[in-house]
Design a protein around this ligand. Structure first.
Ligand code: NDP
Length: 313
């Protein structure tokens, strides 16, 4: 039963760097934003350890701590922060009608979608155990910690090839663990990894277990699916690059997406095809996927929401 109805000028859905930055800007513009944090407040960065590439932290910062900082900054300017999820969205007319936690109806003049994307993982218990301690889904974020070491990348798409290529410059050796006997990646990317001397592609291999010493990753147990042969590789970084899934299911009835599921925005803006609905962060960016780029588009979304509302008054 939807009993409570609330009217807000700006509803932000999602609590990664995009959502929190949108909240900082929207609050400072006096839009009195309400932000729903979702099930994992802070988003993907809460699954990483050190973040060394976000400007303003010269000594690096732990991912969860940085997200708490962003949350506090957004709250400082009056963002109403709510731990909860949006469970329904009707964006067919304004004010937009959304339901939070299946019970509370919110009428919103503008909506900023900042729900991010979820990295796909293999689903092994050992992978979960070493998440942030050798297991990662982001080479740009975490590759630096494995300089001079052996690493593995799982996957055979463009992302896996890009990550392997990036890591090959940092590490001693990079294994690509590919489940078939071919790569899905574009020909150019295939050529790049095949021409990199310290990348070894293990064709027809799947990971059965991520190995560790109880604290950090030390290797991986692989099976050759053609021969059934088992093999252990010694690696300290285990990067999973088997795809991301943008969290868009609530909105796709109204908001246009690219073929790969990411929300389409008008180039150079965060505007979706629905006037008054903006998309920021990874939910609309499958290319850069960085905290700092997400934060940048969060800022843009809030400024565009403010201008959109100002044009009406
Ligand atoms: P893709 O879906 O293209 O590739 C996923 C890869 O992971 C495939 O090789 C797939 O194997 C493998 N995989 C999936 N599930 C498993 C599993 N459970 N175990 C082992 N391997 C698995 O995802 P990407 O993230 O690489 O790319 C997404 C999109 O973004 C693509 O359209 C890509 O072209 C694009 N992109 C473009 C870039 C660029 O142009 N520079 C850079 C990065 C991405 P299989 O092939 O057997 O299914």
């Amino acid at each position: 039963m939807n009993q409570e109805i609330e009217r807000v000028k700006c509803l932000i859905v999602g609590s990664g760097p995009a959502g929190y930055t949108a909240a900082i800007y929207a609050a400072r513009a006096d839009l009195k934003p309400v932000l729903y944090q979702g099930l994992q407040p802070g988003g993907q960065l809460t699954t990483t350890t050190e973040v060394d590439n976000f400007p303003g932290y010269p000594d690096g910062v732990q991912g969860p701590e940085m997200m708490m900082d962003m949350q506090r900054q957004a709250e400082r300017f009056g963002t109403e922060m709510r731990w909860g999820i949006i469970t329904e969205a009707d964006l067919s007319k304004r004010p937009f009608r959304l339901v939070a936690d299946e019970t509370k109806t919110i009428l919103a003049d503008t909506v900023i979608i900042a729900t991010g994307a979820t990295a796909q993982y293999l689903g092994l218990d050992s992978e979960t155990k070493y998440m942030g301690h050798g297991v990662s889904a982001c080479a740009t974020c975490d590759g630096f910690f494995f300089r001079g070491k052996n690493m593995a990348v799982v996957g055979g798409g463009d992302t896996a090839c890009e990550e392997a290529s990036y890591l090959s410059k940092l590490g001693r050796k990079v294994y690509m663990i590919v489940r078939r006997d071919e790569l899905r990646a574009s020909k150019a990317m295939q050529k790049r990894v095949m021409n990199t001397p310290n990348i070894e592609i293990l064709w027809n291999h799947v990971t059965r277990e991520v190995l560790g010493d109880g604290k950090v990753v030390t290797g991986a147990l692989l099976e050759n699916v053609k021969t059934g042969e088992m093999q252990t590789i010694d690696v300290e970084g285990f990067f999973v690059a088997i795809g991301h899934k943008p969290n868009t299911s609530l909105f796709t009835k109204y908001v246009h997406t690219h073929d790969n599921g990411y929300i389409k925005t008008k180039p150079g803006t965060t505007q979706t095809n629905v006037p008054g609905v903006f998309a920021a962060g990874e939910v609309q960016d499958h290319v850069f996927r960085q905290a700092v780029t997400a934060a940048g588009t969060g800022c843009m979304a809030a400024m565009e929401a403010e201008r959109f509302l100002a044009m009406e008054s």
